[in-house]
Design a protein around this ligand. Structure first.
Ligand code: AMP
Length: 113
């Protein structure tokens, strides 16, 4: 999608530090990490956010959630980690392309909101 930052990363027009890629999704390091390990996992097909998921486009989410444990293992997050998806303005979403944050590498705050 035009003017979507993460679509431009997928296309290679904007550089990223990739940690995983297949035909359906891409994982790369967050440019402003909020934990020692902070990775974003995104579908290659543009979906604006969790609020745009439907029965027709959500299979990729199951795929992403099968990839996340592999990434976490490779990143050495054996002690645990957090997976977060911010949605819309109130949820603090700043990039309107569905993404899942993987945060770990330290004992994370227990505050959820
Ligand atoms: P959210 O605020 O949940 O929409 O998350 C968007 C995330 O994208 C933030 O954590 C940003 O730091 C991250 N981000 C923005 N631009 C880039 C970029 N060019 N490369 C990697 N991460 C980025």
């Amino acid at each position: 999608m035009e003017n979507c930052l993460f679509c431009k990363i997928i296309a290679g027009d904007i550089p990223s530090t990739k940690v995983y890629e297949d035909d359906k999704c891409l994982a790369f390091r967050d440019i402003a990490p909020m934990a020692p390990t902070h990775i974003l996992v995104i579908p290659k097909a543009h979906i604006g956010g969790v609020d745009e998921l439907t029965a027709d486009n959500s299979a990729v989410v199951a795929h992403i959630f099968s990839v996340i444990p592999q990434i976490a293992k490779e990143e050495g997050l054996a002690n645990g980690y957090r997976v977060v998806s911010n949605v819309g303005d109130d949820g603090g979403q700043t990039v309107r392309h569905l993404h899942f944050h993987i945060l770990g590498g330290k004992k994370l705050s227990t505050e959820m909101a």
